[in-house]
Design a protein around this ligand. Structure first.
Ligand SMILES: [Zn+2]
Length: 511
Protein backbone atom coordinates (compact mmCIF):
# COMPACT_ATOMS: atom_id res chain seq x y z
CA UNK A 1 0.00 0.00 0.00
CA UNK A 2 1.30 3.39 -0.93
CA UNK A 3 1.92 5.70 1.95
CA UNK A 4 0.09 8.98 1.61
CA UNK A 5 1.89 12.07 2.79
CA UNK A 6 0.41 13.75 5.80
CA UNK A 7 -0.23 17.46 5.73
CA UNK A 8 2.57 17.95 8.25
CA UNK A 9 5.06 16.05 6.08
CA UNK A 10 3.98 18.08 3.06
CA UNK A 11 4.52 21.31 4.92
CA UNK A 12 7.97 20.15 5.98
CA UNK A 13 8.83 19.12 2.44
CA UNK A 14 7.64 22.41 1.05
CA UNK A 15 9.65 24.26 3.69
CA UNK A 16 12.76 22.29 2.78
CA UNK A 17 12.27 23.13 -0.91
CA UNK A 18 11.86 26.84 -0.22
CA UNK A 19 14.86 26.74 2.11
CA UNK A 20 16.87 25.08 -0.60
CA UNK A 21 15.83 27.63 -3.20
CA UNK A 22 16.94 30.34 -0.80
CA UNK A 23 20.48 29.07 -0.45
CA UNK A 24 20.71 28.95 -4.25
CA UNK A 25 19.79 32.60 -4.58
CA UNK A 26 21.33 34.07 -7.66
CA UNK A 27 22.71 37.47 -6.81
CA UNK A 28 22.06 40.63 -8.80
CA UNK A 29 25.77 40.83 -9.43
CA UNK A 30 28.85 38.82 -8.57
CA UNK A 31 32.49 39.86 -8.65
CA UNK A 32 34.30 36.59 -9.21
CA UNK A 33 37.77 35.79 -7.93
CA UNK A 34 39.20 39.26 -7.17
CA UNK A 35 41.80 40.10 -4.54
CA UNK A 36 39.51 41.53 -1.86
CA UNK A 37 40.84 43.91 0.76
CA UNK A 38 38.72 44.69 3.81
CA UNK A 39 40.23 47.27 6.14
CA UNK A 40 37.92 46.30 9.00
CA UNK A 41 38.86 42.61 9.28
CA UNK A 42 42.25 42.84 7.58
CA UNK A 43 41.12 40.29 4.97
CA UNK A 44 43.40 40.29 1.94
CA UNK A 45 42.56 37.23 -0.14
CA UNK A 46 40.91 36.04 -3.34
CA UNK A 47 37.15 36.01 -2.82
CA UNK A 48 33.90 36.19 -4.71
CA UNK A 49 31.44 38.89 -3.71
CA UNK A 50 27.72 38.38 -4.16
CA UNK A 51 25.67 41.58 -4.33
CA UNK A 52 21.94 41.76 -3.78
CA UNK A 53 19.68 44.76 -3.34
CA UNK A 54 22.51 47.26 -2.89
CA UNK A 55 24.22 45.20 -0.21
CA UNK A 56 27.05 42.72 -0.06
CA UNK A 57 25.13 39.48 0.43
CA UNK A 58 28.00 37.00 0.35
CA UNK A 59 31.76 36.91 0.59
CA UNK A 60 32.94 33.47 -0.43
CA UNK A 61 36.06 31.54 -1.31
CA UNK A 62 33.85 29.46 -3.64
CA UNK A 63 32.41 30.72 -6.94
CA UNK A 64 28.91 32.25 -6.70
CA UNK A 65 26.16 32.14 -9.30
CA UNK A 66 24.51 35.26 -10.59
CA UNK A 67 22.62 36.85 -13.45
CA UNK A 68 25.65 39.06 -14.08
CA UNK A 69 29.25 38.21 -13.27
CA UNK A 70 32.31 40.45 -13.35
CA UNK A 71 35.58 38.58 -13.79
CA UNK A 72 37.77 39.94 -11.01
CA UNK A 73 40.88 37.87 -11.64
CA UNK A 74 44.00 40.02 -11.48
CA UNK A 75 42.06 42.94 -9.96
CA UNK A 76 41.93 44.47 -6.49
CA UNK A 77 38.54 45.13 -4.91
CA UNK A 78 38.06 47.35 -1.89
CA UNK A 79 35.44 49.65 -0.40
CA UNK A 80 34.83 52.79 -2.46
CA UNK A 81 36.53 55.89 -1.11
CA UNK A 82 34.56 58.15 1.23
CA UNK A 83 35.48 61.79 0.77
CA UNK A 84 34.21 63.88 3.67
CA UNK A 85 35.63 67.07 2.22
CA UNK A 86 34.08 67.52 -1.23
CA UNK A 87 32.78 70.95 -2.18
CA UNK A 88 31.37 69.97 -5.59
CA UNK A 89 28.04 68.50 -4.54
CA UNK A 90 26.70 68.23 -8.09
CA UNK A 91 25.99 65.30 -10.38
CA UNK A 92 28.95 66.39 -12.48
CA UNK A 93 31.42 66.50 -9.59
CA UNK A 94 30.22 63.10 -8.37
CA UNK A 95 30.69 61.54 -11.79
CA UNK A 96 34.20 62.91 -12.07
CA UNK A 97 35.05 61.74 -8.56
CA UNK A 98 33.85 58.24 -9.47
CA UNK A 99 36.89 58.01 -11.76
CA UNK A 100 38.89 58.77 -8.61
CA UNK A 101 37.25 55.79 -6.86
CA UNK A 102 34.95 57.92 -4.71
CA UNK A 103 31.54 56.39 -4.00
CA UNK A 104 30.50 58.79 -1.19
CA UNK A 105 31.22 62.54 -1.31
CA UNK A 106 30.25 64.69 1.64
CA UNK A 107 30.54 68.46 2.05
CA UNK A 108 31.63 68.73 5.67
CA UNK A 109 33.66 71.92 5.81
CA UNK A 110 31.39 74.61 4.35
CA UNK A 111 28.16 72.64 4.62
CA UNK A 112 24.85 73.94 3.34
CA UNK A 113 21.92 75.99 4.51
CA UNK A 114 19.09 75.16 4.61
CA UNK A 115 20.35 71.62 4.42
CA UNK A 116 16.89 70.22 3.59
CA UNK A 117 16.94 72.21 0.37
CA UNK A 118 20.33 70.81 -0.68
CA UNK A 119 19.10 67.26 -0.07
CA UNK A 120 15.83 67.92 -1.93
CA UNK A 121 17.63 69.28 -4.98
CA UNK A 122 20.06 66.36 -5.06
CA UNK A 123 17.24 63.82 -4.74
CA UNK A 124 15.23 65.51 -7.50
CA UNK A 125 18.16 65.73 -9.94
CA UNK A 126 19.69 62.38 -8.98
CA UNK A 127 23.31 61.72 -8.11
CA UNK A 128 25.85 59.21 -9.36
CA UNK A 129 27.44 58.75 -5.93
CA UNK A 130 26.26 59.08 -2.33
CA UNK A 131 26.08 62.62 -0.93
CA UNK A 132 25.54 64.62 2.23
CA UNK A 133 26.05 67.96 3.95
CA UNK A 134 26.75 69.48 7.31
CA UNK A 135 24.81 72.53 8.53
CA UNK A 136 26.71 75.52 7.16
CA UNK A 137 27.78 78.07 9.75
CA UNK A 138 29.31 80.24 6.99
CA UNK A 139 26.05 80.51 5.00
CA UNK A 140 24.16 81.11 8.29
CA UNK A 141 26.50 83.96 9.11
CA UNK A 142 26.16 85.44 5.62
CA UNK A 143 22.40 85.39 6.00
CA UNK A 144 22.46 87.15 9.37
CA UNK A 145 25.41 89.50 8.91
CA UNK A 146 25.27 90.32 5.16
CA UNK A 147 21.60 89.66 4.38
CA UNK A 148 22.49 87.03 1.77
CA UNK A 149 19.67 84.52 2.04
CA UNK A 150 21.06 81.01 1.85
CA UNK A 151 19.49 78.86 -0.89
CA UNK A 152 21.14 75.49 -0.38
CA UNK A 153 23.72 76.03 -3.12
CA UNK A 154 27.50 76.45 -3.00
CA UNK A 155 27.27 79.25 -5.56
CA UNK A 156 25.37 81.50 -3.18
CA UNK A 157 28.09 81.06 -0.55
CA UNK A 158 31.08 81.65 -2.83
CA UNK A 159 29.54 84.65 -4.58
CA UNK A 160 29.06 86.39 -1.21
CA UNK A 161 32.46 85.41 0.20
CA UNK A 162 34.24 88.65 -0.71
CA UNK A 163 31.64 90.84 1.04
CA UNK A 164 33.35 90.55 4.40
CA UNK A 165 30.44 91.75 6.55
CA UNK A 166 29.78 88.07 7.26
CA UNK A 167 33.16 87.72 8.97
CA UNK A 168 32.59 90.48 11.54
CA UNK A 169 31.95 90.03 15.23
CA UNK A 170 28.25 89.39 15.90
CA UNK A 171 26.23 91.14 18.60
CA UNK A 172 24.31 88.86 21.02
CA UNK A 173 21.09 88.89 18.94
CA UNK A 174 22.95 88.13 15.73
CA UNK A 175 24.87 85.37 17.47
CA UNK A 176 21.58 83.85 18.59
CA UNK A 177 20.17 84.01 15.05
CA UNK A 178 23.26 82.33 13.59
CA UNK A 179 23.05 79.50 16.11
CA UNK A 180 19.33 79.07 15.44
CA UNK A 181 19.84 78.80 11.68
CA UNK A 182 22.54 76.18 12.18
CA UNK A 183 20.33 74.28 14.62
CA UNK A 184 17.43 74.27 12.13
CA UNK A 185 19.61 72.53 9.56
CA UNK A 186 20.85 70.02 12.16
CA UNK A 187 17.20 69.20 12.82
CA UNK A 188 16.72 68.74 9.06
CA UNK A 189 19.23 65.90 9.08
CA UNK A 190 22.59 67.62 8.57
CA UNK A 191 25.55 65.36 9.33
CA UNK A 192 27.18 67.87 11.64
CA UNK A 193 28.19 71.51 11.73
CA UNK A 194 30.43 72.87 8.98
CA UNK A 195 32.63 75.57 10.45
CA UNK A 196 34.79 77.59 8.06
CA UNK A 197 36.34 79.49 10.93
CA UNK A 198 39.53 80.21 8.97
CA UNK A 199 37.53 82.37 6.56
CA UNK A 200 36.29 84.48 9.47
CA UNK A 201 39.11 84.32 12.02
CA UNK A 202 38.05 87.36 14.03
CA UNK A 203 34.66 86.03 15.12
CA UNK A 204 34.38 85.76 18.88
CA UNK A 205 35.67 82.75 20.80
CA UNK A 206 32.38 82.80 22.66
CA UNK A 207 30.43 82.18 19.46
CA UNK A 208 32.59 79.17 18.59
CA UNK A 209 32.31 77.84 22.15
CA UNK A 210 28.52 78.08 21.88
CA UNK A 211 28.59 76.35 18.52
CA UNK A 212 30.63 73.54 20.06
CA UNK A 213 28.03 73.21 22.84
CA UNK A 214 25.30 73.07 20.17
CA UNK A 215 27.14 70.23 18.41
CA UNK A 216 27.47 68.36 21.70
CA UNK A 217 23.79 68.87 22.53
CA UNK A 218 22.72 67.35 19.21
CA UNK A 219 25.49 64.75 19.24
CA UNK A 220 26.84 65.82 15.85
CA UNK A 221 30.46 66.41 14.81
CA UNK A 222 31.73 69.94 14.28
CA UNK A 223 33.94 69.93 11.21
CA UNK A 224 36.26 72.83 10.85
CA UNK A 225 38.72 74.75 8.79
CA UNK A 226 40.50 75.98 11.91
CA UNK A 227 40.58 79.63 12.93
CA UNK A 228 44.28 80.29 12.28
CA UNK A 229 46.66 78.76 9.79
CA UNK A 230 50.40 78.28 9.64
CA UNK A 231 53.35 78.76 11.95
CA UNK A 232 52.87 82.42 12.80
CA UNK A 233 52.81 82.71 16.58
CA UNK A 234 50.75 84.05 18.26
CA UNK A 235 47.72 83.26 16.16
CA UNK A 236 48.81 80.25 14.07
CA UNK A 237 48.23 76.50 14.12
CA UNK A 238 49.04 76.12 17.80
CA UNK A 239 46.47 78.65 18.95
CA UNK A 240 43.89 77.16 16.59
CA UNK A 241 44.58 73.65 17.90
CA UNK A 242 44.39 74.85 21.51
CA UNK A 243 40.95 76.32 20.86
CA UNK A 244 39.74 73.07 19.29
CA UNK A 245 41.11 70.95 22.14
CA UNK A 246 39.61 73.22 24.74
CA UNK A 247 36.19 73.23 23.07
CA UNK A 248 36.28 69.45 22.58
CA UNK A 249 37.05 68.82 26.24
CA UNK A 250 34.85 71.45 27.85
CA UNK A 251 31.75 70.87 25.71
CA UNK A 252 32.27 67.17 24.91
CA UNK A 253 31.73 67.80 21.18
CA UNK A 254 33.42 65.71 18.51
CA UNK A 255 35.74 68.03 16.60
CA UNK A 256 36.86 67.10 13.11
CA UNK A 257 39.89 68.99 11.80
CA UNK A 258 39.62 69.47 8.04
CA UNK A 259 42.96 69.49 6.22
CA UNK A 260 45.48 69.37 9.05
CA UNK A 261 47.92 72.25 8.55
CA UNK A 262 51.38 71.02 7.57
CA UNK A 263 53.27 74.03 8.90
CA UNK A 264 53.57 72.77 12.48
CA UNK A 265 52.53 69.11 12.46
CA UNK A 266 55.50 68.31 14.70
CA UNK A 267 53.80 70.37 17.43
CA UNK A 268 50.09 70.00 16.74
CA UNK A 269 50.03 66.22 16.27
CA UNK A 270 51.42 65.51 19.77
CA UNK A 271 48.95 68.07 21.15
CA UNK A 272 46.04 66.25 19.52
CA UNK A 273 47.39 62.88 20.60
CA UNK A 274 47.69 64.01 24.22
CA UNK A 275 44.22 65.58 24.16
CA UNK A 276 42.73 62.34 22.83
CA UNK A 277 44.36 60.48 25.72
CA UNK A 278 42.60 62.86 28.08
CA UNK A 279 39.24 62.13 26.50
CA UNK A 280 38.94 64.80 23.83
CA UNK A 281 37.22 63.50 20.73
CA UNK A 282 39.15 64.88 17.76
CA UNK A 283 39.28 63.43 14.23
CA UNK A 284 41.93 64.51 11.78
CA UNK A 285 41.83 64.74 8.02
CA UNK A 286 44.90 65.16 5.82
CA UNK A 287 44.80 66.34 2.23
CA UNK A 288 46.53 64.39 -0.52
CA UNK A 289 47.05 67.50 -2.62
CA UNK A 290 49.35 70.08 -1.07
CA UNK A 291 48.49 72.81 -3.52
CA UNK A 292 45.78 74.89 -1.93
CA UNK A 293 42.68 76.09 -3.69
CA UNK A 294 40.21 78.70 -2.72
CA UNK A 295 38.37 81.74 -4.01
CA UNK A 296 40.39 84.81 -4.79
CA UNK A 297 38.10 86.91 -2.58
CA UNK A 298 39.03 85.03 0.60
CA UNK A 299 40.12 87.40 3.35
CA UNK A 300 43.47 85.70 3.96
CA UNK A 301 44.53 86.42 0.37
CA UNK A 302 44.32 90.20 0.82
CA UNK A 303 47.72 91.77 -0.01
CA UNK A 304 48.19 93.00 3.57
CA UNK A 305 47.40 89.57 5.10
CA UNK A 306 49.11 87.28 2.57
CA UNK A 307 52.66 87.57 4.00
CA UNK A 308 51.36 86.35 7.38
CA UNK A 309 49.17 83.55 6.10
CA UNK A 310 50.52 79.99 6.57
CA UNK A 311 54.19 79.81 5.53
CA UNK A 312 53.95 83.40 4.27
CA UNK A 313 52.94 83.91 0.66
CA UNK A 314 53.82 86.23 -2.18
CA UNK A 315 51.36 87.14 -4.93
CA UNK A 316 53.22 84.88 -7.40
CA UNK A 317 52.42 81.86 -5.16
CA UNK A 318 48.82 82.33 -6.28
CA UNK A 319 47.97 80.80 -9.65
CA UNK A 320 45.14 82.60 -11.42
CA UNK A 321 43.93 80.18 -14.11
CA UNK A 322 47.35 78.54 -14.20
CA UNK A 323 49.32 81.82 -14.26
CA UNK A 324 51.16 83.36 -11.27
CA UNK A 325 49.86 86.76 -10.09
CA UNK A 326 52.59 89.36 -10.67
CA UNK A 327 52.41 91.71 -7.68
CA UNK A 328 50.18 93.27 -5.02
CA UNK A 329 48.68 95.68 -7.55
CA UNK A 330 47.50 92.87 -9.79
CA UNK A 331 46.28 90.90 -6.76
CA UNK A 332 44.22 93.88 -5.56
CA UNK A 333 42.76 94.45 -9.01
CA UNK A 334 41.87 90.80 -9.63
CA UNK A 335 40.33 90.42 -6.17
CA UNK A 336 38.03 93.30 -6.95
CA UNK A 337 37.20 92.21 -10.48
CA UNK A 338 36.92 88.47 -9.94
CA UNK A 339 36.51 87.50 -6.27
CA UNK A 340 34.83 84.19 -7.11
CA UNK A 341 37.72 82.98 -9.31
CA UNK A 342 39.15 79.62 -8.24
CA UNK A 343 42.83 80.09 -7.55
CA UNK A 344 45.58 77.63 -6.66
CA UNK A 345 48.00 78.32 -3.84
CA UNK A 346 51.48 76.82 -4.10
CA UNK A 347 52.12 75.41 -0.62
CA UNK A 348 54.52 72.52 -1.14
CA UNK A 349 55.79 70.14 -3.78
CA UNK A 350 56.17 66.56 -2.54
CA UNK A 351 56.85 65.26 -6.02
CA UNK A 352 60.12 67.16 -6.34
CA UNK A 353 61.11 68.08 -2.80
CA UNK A 354 61.92 65.28 -0.33
CA UNK A 355 61.65 67.54 2.73
CA UNK A 356 58.15 68.52 1.63
CA UNK A 357 57.33 64.86 1.09
CA UNK A 358 58.53 63.97 4.60
CA UNK A 359 56.32 66.68 6.09
CA UNK A 360 53.32 65.47 4.18
CA UNK A 361 54.11 61.87 5.14
CA UNK A 362 54.05 63.05 8.75
CA UNK A 363 50.58 64.58 8.25
CA UNK A 364 49.19 61.09 7.51
CA UNK A 365 50.61 59.52 10.66
CA UNK A 366 48.09 60.15 13.46
CA UNK A 367 46.02 57.01 14.11
CA UNK A 368 42.68 57.21 12.33
CA UNK A 369 43.79 59.87 9.84
CA UNK A 370 41.26 60.38 7.06
CA UNK A 371 42.19 61.31 3.49
CA UNK A 372 40.22 64.19 2.03
CA UNK A 373 40.11 65.88 -1.36
CA UNK A 374 38.90 69.42 -0.66
CA UNK A 375 37.64 69.08 -4.22
CA UNK A 376 36.25 72.33 -5.60
CA UNK A 377 33.11 73.05 -7.61
CA UNK A 378 33.52 73.15 -11.39
CA UNK A 379 33.21 76.64 -12.85
CA UNK A 380 33.80 78.27 -16.19
CA UNK A 381 36.51 80.91 -16.44
CA UNK A 382 34.06 83.67 -15.65
CA UNK A 383 33.35 82.04 -12.30
CA UNK A 384 29.96 80.70 -13.40
CA UNK A 385 29.12 77.23 -12.12
CA UNK A 386 28.96 74.42 -14.68
CA UNK A 387 25.47 72.85 -14.55
CA UNK A 388 25.46 69.53 -12.72
CA UNK A 389 23.87 67.67 -15.64
CA UNK A 390 26.71 68.65 -18.01
CA UNK A 391 28.62 65.69 -19.40
CA UNK A 392 31.34 65.42 -20.41
CA UNK A 393 33.19 68.25 -18.72
CA UNK A 394 33.09 71.35 -20.99
CA UNK A 395 36.41 72.62 -22.36
CA UNK A 396 36.22 75.94 -20.52
CA UNK A 397 35.66 74.28 -17.12
CA UNK A 398 38.03 74.96 -14.26
CA UNK A 399 38.67 73.50 -10.82
CA UNK A 400 41.60 72.28 -8.77
CA UNK A 401 42.85 68.93 -10.16
CA UNK A 402 42.25 67.38 -6.73
CA UNK A 403 38.51 67.71 -7.51
CA UNK A 404 38.89 64.54 -9.54
CA UNK A 405 42.36 63.23 -8.71
CA UNK A 406 42.92 62.77 -4.99
CA UNK A 407 42.59 59.09 -4.17
CA UNK A 408 44.11 58.01 -7.48
CA UNK A 409 46.96 60.39 -6.73
CA UNK A 410 47.47 58.67 -3.37
CA UNK A 411 47.40 55.25 -5.08
CA UNK A 412 49.76 56.30 -7.86
CA UNK A 413 52.33 58.24 -5.84
CA UNK A 414 52.18 57.16 -2.20
CA UNK A 415 51.36 53.49 -2.79
CA UNK A 416 52.82 52.55 -6.18
CA UNK A 417 55.72 54.92 -6.85
CA UNK A 418 56.97 55.91 -3.40
CA UNK A 419 55.77 52.75 -1.60
CA UNK A 420 55.22 54.66 1.63
CA UNK A 421 51.83 52.99 2.09
CA UNK A 422 50.22 49.78 0.90
CA UNK A 423 46.81 49.15 -0.62
CA UNK A 424 45.26 48.29 2.74
CA UNK A 425 46.47 51.66 4.11
CA UNK A 426 44.79 53.37 1.15
CA UNK A 427 41.45 51.67 1.85
CA UNK A 428 41.79 52.30 5.58
CA UNK A 429 42.65 55.99 5.29
CA UNK A 430 40.53 56.62 2.21
CA UNK A 431 37.39 54.84 3.31
CA UNK A 432 37.24 52.93 6.59
CA UNK A 433 38.57 55.72 8.83
CA UNK A 434 36.02 58.18 7.44
CA UNK A 435 33.18 55.74 8.16
CA UNK A 436 34.34 54.82 11.65
CA UNK A 437 35.09 58.39 12.73
CA UNK A 438 31.48 59.43 12.19
CA UNK A 439 29.39 56.27 12.28
CA UNK A 440 28.06 56.52 15.84
CA UNK A 441 26.77 60.01 15.00
CA UNK A 442 25.91 59.27 11.36
CA UNK A 443 24.62 55.67 11.39
CA UNK A 444 24.34 55.59 7.58
CA UNK A 445 28.13 55.35 7.48
CA UNK A 446 28.28 52.24 9.69
CA UNK A 447 27.74 50.00 6.66
CA UNK A 448 30.28 51.74 4.48
CA UNK A 449 34.05 51.45 4.29
CA UNK A 450 34.17 47.69 4.78
CA UNK A 451 33.56 44.49 2.84
CA UNK A 452 31.41 41.94 4.62
CA UNK A 453 27.91 40.51 4.28
CA UNK A 454 25.43 43.25 5.17
CA UNK A 455 27.73 46.12 4.20
CA UNK A 456 26.72 48.56 1.46
CA UNK A 457 27.83 47.42 -1.98
CA UNK A 458 29.98 50.48 -2.71
CA UNK A 459 33.01 48.88 -4.32
CA UNK A 460 35.89 49.77 -6.57
CA UNK A 461 37.91 47.39 -8.71
CA UNK A 462 41.23 48.24 -10.35
CA UNK A 463 44.81 47.17 -11.04
CA UNK A 464 47.32 49.35 -9.22
CA UNK A 465 49.55 49.46 -12.31
CA UNK A 466 46.70 50.91 -14.39
CA UNK A 467 46.04 53.92 -12.13
CA UNK A 468 46.94 57.09 -13.97
CA UNK A 469 46.36 60.67 -12.80
CA UNK A 470 46.07 63.07 -15.72
CA UNK A 471 44.72 66.29 -14.17
CA UNK A 472 47.35 68.86 -13.14
CA UNK A 473 47.56 72.55 -12.22
CA UNK A 474 47.84 73.62 -15.86
CA UNK A 475 45.12 71.35 -17.16
CA UNK A 476 42.75 70.03 -14.49
CA UNK A 477 40.24 68.67 -17.01
CA UNK A 478 41.13 65.05 -17.79
CA UNK A 479 39.84 62.58 -15.21
CA UNK A 480 41.95 59.80 -13.77
CA UNK A 481 42.21 56.44 -15.48
CA UNK A 482 42.36 52.96 -14.04
CA UNK A 483 39.10 52.45 -12.15
CA UNK A 484 37.89 49.37 -14.04
CA UNK A 485 34.65 49.07 -12.07
CA UNK A 486 33.00 51.46 -9.65
CA UNK A 487 29.89 50.05 -8.04
CA UNK A 488 27.57 52.33 -6.09
CA UNK A 489 24.72 50.85 -4.10
CA UNK A 490 25.17 47.60 -6.01
CA UNK A 491 24.92 49.31 -9.41
CA UNK A 492 27.90 49.47 -11.79
CA UNK A 493 28.48 53.19 -12.40
CA UNK A 494 31.80 52.68 -14.16
CA UNK A 495 32.12 49.49 -16.23
CA UNK A 496 35.32 48.59 -18.07
CA UNK A 497 36.54 52.10 -17.29
CA UNK A 498 33.51 53.77 -18.92
CA UNK A 499 30.92 55.85 -17.10
CA UNK A 500 27.33 54.71 -17.47
CA UNK A 501 25.39 57.98 -17.68
CA UNK A 502 22.05 56.13 -17.57
CA UNK A 503 22.32 55.18 -13.90
CA UNK A 504 22.09 57.47 -10.86
CA UNK A 505 22.58 55.11 -7.90
CA UNK A 506 23.67 57.76 -5.36
CA UNK A 507 21.70 57.94 -2.10
CA UNK A 508 21.59 60.59 0.60
CA UNK A 509 23.74 60.14 3.69
CA UNK A 510 21.65 61.91 6.27
CA UNK A 511 20.93 61.76 9.95
ZN1 LIG B 1 39.34 74.60 4.01
Amino acid sequence: MKKTLSAATLTLLLFALIGNADTDTTYDLVIEGARVLDPESGLDAVRSIGIHDGKIAALSSEPLSSRKTIDGSGYVVGPGFIDLHAHGGTLLSGRLQAFDGVTTAIEAEVGQLPVAKAYETAAREGRATHYGWTAGWGPARMQVMSGVIADGTMGRFTSALHDNRWTKKANPEQEQQILELVEQSIKQGALGIGLVNGYAPTVSHREILKLSALAARHNVPIMTHQRFWGDSDPGGDIAATQEIISNAITTGAHWYICHLSLATVDVTQPMIHAARNKGARISVEALVSETGSTFLGAEFLAPEVLPYFSRGFKPHDILYYGKPIKDNEELKRLRQKDPAALIFLLHRDSENNLAHRATQRQSFSLPGTILGSDGMPWQDRKGKYIPGAAWPLPEDAWAHPRSQATFTRFLQLWVREWQEFDLMDAFRMGSFNAATSLQDQVPALANKGRIKPGADADLIMFKLDDIKVRADLKNPLPHSLGMHYVIVNGVPLIEHGELNTDVLPGKPVRR
